[in-house]
Design a protein around this ligand. Structure first.
Ligand SMILES: Cc1cc2nc3c(=O)[nH]c(=O)nc-3n(C[C@H](O)[C@H](O)[C@H](O)COP(=O)(O)O)c2cc1C
Length: 397
């Protein structure tokens, strides 16, 4: 269930650090990609070698990994990479620093750069856990939205008995499982996602197509699977590899795309139409290859293709409809018209005038157009744009 989940495991200087070796092992066994960040004090309790071997990733404990080569650990990159950070054990010292925003080691810098939720499992001796600073600091973290696990009671390393033990790895594992399980309300929802171009035949050899490679739609499909959705991906011609755990249907023309969408539309909870479907196709497809006989080819008569989104908008029942628009001028005005004409819940607008947006690139800069508001987003990787789109879908379904 944790397959592909990116988990940062922070370890601080507490005797309970030895238990985190088994936590790391279980997370990896469940398919998570685990990276470990340790405070310098934690190095006295468990070795990076053990954790690097278990996680199959280098362990980060210092800003500068190698003075001679200048190799350094990028705290910002780590903070942005993770889907979830777990600090276990959390020492009284690091707890206090988290509250004040101190940043004198790599782990603290990573936390300040985090863009994902944080779970902490404090561990300390009896009097430390009861101290008013600890009690106050834990409350501040909770109030700020950090998931603070309670202390366990029992025998402590000092020999004293009482509150202060770190929650057992099995318990922390359950919390992590629950986090990813509950995270998405797309779990079990059926999503129909279209991607790529369509090719409209002129003759048996030639076609009219467009530059779409399907990257945006494939990124959405992969992310939707991650969130537990049942995905049917209807794809135009593309070289992209099929993301795992979904049903892929290959089509070539707009008419085939229309038919495939129609077949699955009634049973889906949402349609995300990111494919670049042709608006027109040759009215007549030549039976044989057109010969090069004249100086210029006679004109090709075109006829409109069926409008898939318009049709789905008309027949909308419970489905959430998300459309895409690639515009080159009057972007927002055209997008708003499309949103209302086609009865969409969200239109994802990208403009070819924006550098890094549109076809072929790995990045995109989109504006979300809702019936009642618009929201302009930064230039991001298509993977991150896919996450943003599905975050919006989660609110809509
Ligand atoms: C054997 C030993 C066990 C310790 N256990 C704990 C502990 O469970 N909880 C805690 O808050 N501090 C504990 N400490 C103290 C911390 O290691 C110390 O405060 C350190 O500065 C924490 O640094 P860090 O928060 O940067 O990892 C322990 C120290 C030693 C020597």
């Amino acid at each position: 269930m944790l397959k592909g989940k990116k988990i940062l495991l922070g370890i601080t200087g507490s005797i309970a650090a030895y238990k985190v070796i088994s936590l790391a092992r279980e997370l990896v066994k469940k398919g998570a990609d685990v990276r470990v960040v340790m405070t310098p004090s934690a190095l006295s309790f468990v070795t990076p070698l053990t954790l690097a071997t278990i996680t199959k990733n280098p362990v980060h404990s210092a800003y500068i990994a190698d003075e001679l080569t200048g190799e350094w650990s990028n705290h910002v990159e780590l903070g942005k990479w993770a889907d979830l950070m777990v600090i276990a054990p959390l020492s009284a010292n690091t707890l206090a620093k988290l509250v004040t925003g101190e940043c004198d080691n790599l782990l603290l810098a990573v936390v300040l750069s985090l863009s994902c939720p944080l779970v902490v499992a404090p561990a300390m001796d009896l009097d430390m856990s009861d101290h008013w600073t600890t009690v106050g600091n834990l409350k501040i973290l909770k109030d700020k939205g950090v998931n603070v696990l309670d202390f366990d009671e029992g025998e402590l390393a000092s020999g004293l008995v009482g509150k202060g033990r770190m929650k057992e790895p099995e318990y922390i594992l359950e919390i992590v499982d629950e986090f990813f399980d509950l995270k998405s309300n797309l779990k079990g929802k059926k999503l129909l996602i279209t991607a790529g171009p369509t090719y409209e035949a002129i003759d048996p050899v030639r076609f009219i197509g467009n530059h779409s490679l399907g990257k945006m739609g494939f990124a959405i499909a992969a992310e939707a699977v991650e969130r537990g959705a049942e995905v049917v991906l209807i794809s135009g011609p593309t070289q992209l590899e099929t993301p795992s755990n979904l049903e892929r249907i290959n089509i070539t023309s707009a008419a085939e795309m229309f038919k495939a969408v129609e077949e699955h539309y009634d049973s889906c909870d949402s349609l995300i139409m990111s494919a670049a479907v042709a608006d027109y196709r040759p009215a007549v497809v030549a039976e044989n290859k057109l010969k090069k006989e004249k100086d210029s080819l006679q004109s090709i008569q075109m006829e409109p293709t069926q409008d898939i989104l318009l049709n789905c908008g008309k027949n909308k029942k419970r489905q959430v409809l998300i459309g895409f628009a690639l515009e080159t001028e009057n972007e927002l005005e055209n997008a708003k018209k499309k949103l209302s004409n086609k009865n969409l819940d969200l239109l994802v607008l990208n403009s070819l005038r924006d550098e890094g947006a549109g076809f072929g690139t790995d990045t995109n800069r989109v504006t979300f157009v809702f019936p009642d508001r618009t929201q302009q987003n930064d230039l991001k990787t298509k993977h991150d744009v896919a996450k943003d789109i599905l975050d919006e879908l989660e609110k809509l379904v």
